[in-house]
Design a binder for this molecule. Structure first.
Ligand SMILES: [Cu+2]
Length: 278
């Protein structure tokens, strides 16, 4: 009965793995970046492992309660040792934890790896009480959220984007839902990460602050528009002219430090050696 049940679950997982649905993603949102797909793999692998362990444990409980249920009135021996079994049930969980840890560490390192791929563009994400500002470091424009107006982070599909996070006040956390990733925005420190957007990721998405940062924390929402490269250039030109003309608090000219300065000051830049601190 049990092997058939496991087979059925496995078949279901394999069949649903073919098309991408919330079920096949095991509840995760649809990722739109290369890094997001990798993280989804870790989630799936961990959940499948947990399902197998759960099924195995339930099977053992059922087996022993059916075949070793009480017969007669005398108490069975209360202490018994079986060395091979004890070694086995120490060893197997250790191996499972090691394998899960390995894949998690690999993917987390991928997420932080900057040296392998140069970024096409860099954005300084500023989380402040209680809104967001996106500084396009080498394009010279800033998008700032105002009370009642959510800022929109516009990104070109297919590009690799480096994010440098800073905060002038308290700890915030920058979460872009379809990146399947968030990272704290800390005062006095530059946190960074990099995402390579899928070519077919064009669409509207959402993000939010996930660190309780004060009275109006719940207002720290933002939008993400992933557009084609041509549409991005058009948006940039439009935004630049609005910024230069002035008068719109959401769009301003950025003339702070460029990406080179952030790169020099930022963390994570030296790759492996830096990661060991995190
Ligand atoms: Cu916040």
């Amino acid at each position: 009965m049990t092997p058939r049940l496991i087979g059925l679950v496995l078949l279901g997982l394999l069949a649903s793995g073919c098309k991408d649905t919330t079920f096949s993603r095991m509840g995760f949102p649809e990722p739109i970046t290369k890094q997001g797909h990798n993280l989804l793999g870790v989630w799936r692998g961990s959940l499948v492992t947990a399902a197998f362990v759960g099924a195995f444990v339930i099977a053992l409980i059922l087996y022993s309660s059916i075949f070793y249920r009480r017969k007669g009135d005398e108490l069975p021996r209360q202490v018994r040792y079986n060395l091979p079994i004890e070694v086995l049930y120490t060893l197997i969980p250790t191996i499972m934890v090691a394998v899960l840890f390995y894949f998690t560490a690999i993917r987390e390192n991928d997420q932080d790896k900057f040296t392998s791929q140069p970024a096409d563009m860099s954005i300084n994400v500023v989380g402040f009480q209680w809104n967001w500002q996106f500084n396009y470091l080498d394009q010279g424009v800033s998008v700032t959220g105002t009370p009642g107006n959510l800022p929109t982070l516009v990104l070109p599909a297919g590009e690799t984007v480096r994010f440098y996070e800073t905060s002038p006040d308290v700890v915030h956390a920058f979460w872009v839902i379809p990146f399947l990733f968030k990272r704290d925005v800390l005062p006095g420190r530059i946190n960074s990460f990099q995402e390579t957007l899928d070519l077919n990721s064009i669409g509207h998405y959402q993000g939010k602050c996930t660190e309780f940062c004060g009275t109006y924390h719940d207002r720290m929402l933002f939008k993400i528009d992933v557009v084609s490269k041509a549409d991005y250039q058009a948006w940039l030109a439009r935004t630049k002219s609005i910024a230069t003309a002035g008068g719109n608090p959401m769009f301003s000219v950025y003339n702070g430090p460029g990406s080179a300065a952030f790169k020099a000051a930022g963390t994570g830049e030296t790759g492996d050696t830096q990661r060991s601190h995190e």
